[in-house]
Ligand binder design. Structure first.
Ligand SMILES: [Zn+2]
Length: 447
């Protein structure tokens, strides 16, 4: 075991993988990457003299990328072992999800503890597959402590997975859900979200954002409140929008499976500020940064609008969740990613939750996209899960690059033994056989 990676004191190590792949600049074959105390201290072809006495690890068959960023997740459902079955309608899946939660018959304390454990499980799972930043949709019960790496209960016996207090190996950025189908619910969620936004900032999490959940749960009014807060305080806004055909039907006619699902809860007043998808997009364009989660059924002019606001608006595609629900686009079930990218619509990638996805492995989402869109260059897909996400979320100076002073939260890709050529490197990295890991867990393999 490498002595300099023990938990106490600064940890410095040089790593020499087959490839260092910054994506934004040329890849380096057998280049040197020096990590010091949670940060990148050097990247380059020749190791400076001052680093020559520190431990050096050669990682065979490995490429190192900027850390993977999961742009949409609900960690609270990470205790599910298999996704909740879909069909016959999207609201019927929501119904089953609510029933699953209610079937647990726990008191408030037990419920909070179960939630805490589920979140810890999701964080650990994400970390193990090389995810280094998660945008989480957060609901009550929740506590900031629950996302603290030092408390999420990973395997303490593996000293190489430690990280340190100031540089947690994975960061959760909570977007607190706002729901106003009833005045009481609005009061609760608004109070909780404001409390979280005004809590002192913690090193172990990203800046708190806001999530007016979806058109069928958050009115134009609640969304407007969150947009203002986002704009004035540079907070991320995340909204599920145009996800299902049932949502579109309900928005246009207030009918269909959503009206049956919502009838027992919803207040007549809610409909007075329901609005259209176009109105919601227009509202969201004033946010500091807005994630349009799913956006499956956006019309061409709405997509055009998102493209025109590419600096502050991005669609989040969750590929395997899209497949889980069997959404149709024209005659196919394929999400028209290439076409929408060509229109200029920025896309980030998320896993969504274990309620609609078998796992939280973002790398598998990237591989899925690659398979479904063979004409889309692998580099483009790699950018969406690394640099593009980091830049859009304003994680610059920390994430999105292999560069001195940036976070050491990088992602390793196991390539297999074959010697690779630089001209097909991105294709080989995103091949369906590769696997992603956090760079630290690789140290343990190279005694
Ligand atoms: Zn979601």
């Amino acid at each position: 075991v490498i002595s300099s990676t023990e938990n106490n004191g600064p940890r410095t190590i040089t790593i020499v993988p087959d490839w260092l792949v910054p994506i934004e600049s040329p890849s380096l074959e057998e280049g040197f990457l020096v990590l010091h105390d949670g940060e990148v201290a050097f990247v380059g072809d020749e190791l400076p003299a001052k680093f020559q006495s520190i431990p050096c690890v050669r990682l065979n068959g490995i490429a190192v990328l900027p850390g993977l960023v999961n742009a949409h997740c609900h960690l609270e459902f990470s205790d599910l072992t298999t996704p909740i079955a879909s069909g016959p309608s999207f609201p019927s899946w929501i119904r089953r999800l609510i029933d699953y939660r209610n079937s647990e018959s726990l008191d408030a304390t037990e419920r909070a503890e179960a939630r805490r454990k589920a979140i810890a499980k999701g964080i650990n799972e994400s970390y193990a597959t090389g995810v280094r930043w998660i945008v989480d949709m957060t609901t009550q019960p929740w506590s900031h402590d629950w996302t603290d790496w030092n408390r999420v209960g990973f395997d303490q016996t593996d000293v190489n997975r430690g990280g340190n207090h100031m540089h947690p190996p994975i960061v959760v950025q909570p977007c607190i859900e706002l729901i106003d189908i009833t005045p009481q619910r609005y009061q609760q969620t608004k109070h909780f979200s404001m409390e979280q936004c005004h809590a002192p900032p913690l090193h172990n999490s990203g800046r708190t954002g806001l999530a007016p959940h979806a058109p069928y749960t958050a009115s134009l009014q609640a969304t407007q409140f969150a947009v203002e807060k986002s704009r004035l305080e540079s907070r991320l806004l995340s909204v599920h929008l145009a996800e299902s055909i049932e949502e579109m039907e309900w928005l246009s006619h207030q009918s269909g499976p959503f009206s049956q699902l919502l009838a027992p809860f919803i207040n007549a007043e809610y409909f007075t500020t329901l609005g259209t998808i176009a109105e919601r997009l227009s509202q969201m364009s004033h946010a500091w940064r807005a994630l349009v989660v799913h956006g499956n059924y956006l019309a061409p002019d709405e997509l055009q609008f998102v493209a025109e606001h590419t600096f502050s608006m991005a669609v989040v595609l969750c590929p395997r969740t899209h497949a889980h629900f069997g959404h149709r686009h024209g005659s196919t079930g394929r999400y028209p990613l290439t076409e929408r990218l060509e229109m200029g619509v920025r896309h980030l990638i998320g896993t969504d939750s274990r309620a609609s996805n078998p796992d939280l492995n973002l790398w598998k989402e990237a591989q899925w996209i690659r398979r479904e869109n063979p004409s889309l260059p692998a580099e483009r897909v790699l950018r969406m899960v690394t640099i593009d996400a980091a830049n859009f979320l304003d994680l610059k100076q920390r994430y999105g690059a292999l560069r001195e002073g940036y976070s050491a939260n990088l992602t390793a890709i196991q390539l297999g033994s074959k010697k690779l050529q630089i001209d097909s490197l991105f294709d080989a990295i995103l091949d369906s056989q590769t696997e992603s890991f956090p760079i630290e867990s690789k140290f343990a393999r190279c005694d």
